[in-house]
Each structure stands twice: as C-alpha cells, then as structure tokens.
Design a protein. Structure first.
Length: 266
C-alpha cells in the first residue's frame, strides 16, 4: 500500500509508504492523493493534515523517474495538474509537512505546497533535477521557492543542484522549525492538536487570507480580510466564545474532536 491515511482527534496523517524506494512518488501515490484529499475536504471532523513519509530515512526522494522514462512531452504537460504538490496545494485545510531524511525534487515540492514545514535535524533538502538535465517537474518549485528564500537562494538550490541540511534550510526560511529526530513527531502532533481544537471554518478562512497576502497588494488583501471577518461574525456561537473568554473557559463546540477514527487506507 503506497499511501496511508489515518484520522485521529481531528488530525489526518497522510503517509507516503514506499520506504524501500525512499518514498518516491509514483502514479499510485498521485492517484491516491487525489482520492484522499477529496475525503479530507468533505470530512468536517478533519481540521488539520500532516504529510509525512514512512521510516526515518526519507520524507520523499521525489518522482519515481523510472515511471517517466517513456513519457511524451504533452503527456507530462497534462499530468502536471495531478502532480502530488499541486494536489496538496489545493487543500483548504492547514497542511503540515513533517520531514525526516531526504526531501528532494518532487518531494520537496510537496513540502513547499504545504502551509508549515517542520523538519527533523537529519533532513537533507534539495532539487537534483538540474543534475539530470531538467528542472523541478511541474509542482511549483521554481515559483514557490523564490517566494520563501529569495531569488538568489532559489538559483543556488535549483540551478546548482545543491543539497542543504535542516539547519541551513531553517536559516534561509525553507523550513519553519527544526527538531531533533526523536522529538519531531511529538512536537508536530502537539501543534496539529492545538489547531484541531479550533473552528474548522476559521482555520480555512485564516489560511485563505494568509495565502492571498503573497499574491496580491495590501489594499486588496485588507479588503479580503474585512469580508472574511464579516463572515466570521455570522458564526452561531460567536457570543458564546466571548462569554467563555470572559469566564476563562473553553468553548465546548470548538473543543469537541473525535477521540479516534477508523484508519481508511487506499
């Protein structure tokens, strides 16, 4: 089974499950992600997504290049919309990439498509495509990376084919937090668990507003934010939230999460 989905307490964990292939992305993973993300979008009990790879040696080494050997140019063009990174990017709910070991090529593009990138201290990141004679393969690497780390660092990583360690990735803004490997899962699930106690619609609207900030000017962004907070004022238990704050207690309707969910795997 190349892809696993486990749901617990409002958090969906998607695991790339090809450790013997360094979790390389194949057609089964791409097709599985489309199905899994559709389930996640339609399930209101799921509030946060964690994306990771099986084992400790690799988040994902990128596309399974042996699958691409005979692919024609226009086949690739039409397949881009179904790239793993683009499937992750379209998720309306917060996505956290939990990285261990190698995060390369299309695997790194998946992390770039996530909203938060948290790495273990053994993580190695890079885009090796230039060493094979092409560029990052349609998952947004050339467009997202410069927005995160600046044009110069993006040139260094994509055109130089250079691999960097987690500490350097943190310094340039490619990852958001680095933990020792043995602490990674605990810290990531702590963060996801906190998010999962929040209102789903607020998480989705907040993500939407933050994402727009890098795509438009300040005036348009402020107008969008104004409309979203107006929408938040329609939530039925908003007054209860204010009263709960005054009394120093939680809002029961927001804190409720499912204790355990079935493990539905594709």
């Amino acid at each position: 089974m190349d892809l696993k989905l486990i749901v617990k307490k409002g958090v969906a964990t998607i695991t790339l499950n090809r450790p013997e292939k360094r979790n390389a992305i194949n057609k089964a993973i791409r097709d599985g992600l489309i199905k899994v993300m559709a389930k996640i979008e339609s399930d209101e009990e799921i509030k946060v997504v964690i994306l990771t790879g099986a084992g400790t040696k690799s988040f994902s080494s990128g596309a399974d290049i042996f699958e691409t050997k005979s692919r024609k140019p226009f086949e690739k063009r039409y397949q881009v919309k179904n790239e793993a990174a683009n499937t992750i990017r379209n998720c309306s709910k917060p996505v956290i990439s939990m990285m261990k070991g190698y995060a390369l090529g299309g695997g790194l593009e998946m992390a770039l498509a996530s909203d938060i990138r948290i790495a273990a201290d053994n993580t190695i990141l890079g885009f090796p495509e230039i060493n094979r004679g092409w560029i990052p393969a349609g998952g947004g690497g050339t467009q997202v990376l410069p927005r995160l780390v600046g044009e110069g660092n993006a040139m260094r990583l994509i055109l130089g084919g250079e691999f960097i360690e987690a500490k350097e990735a943190l310094r340039i803004g490619l990852v958001d937090i680095v933990y020792p490997l043995e602490e990674l899962e605990k810290e990531v699930y702590n963060l996801a668990g906190k998010m999962a106690t929040k209102r789903l619609q607020a998480l989705q609207l907040g993500k939407s507003a933050i994402k727009l900030a890098s795509r438009t000017n300040l005036d348009i962004g402020l107008e969008y934010e104004k409309e979203l907070i107006t929408l938040c004022y329609t939530f039925p238990d908003r007054e209860e939230g204010i009263q709960a704050f005054k009394e120093g207690r939680d809002v029961p309707t927001l804190m409720k999460t499912n204790e355990a969910r079935s493990d539905y795997n594709d």
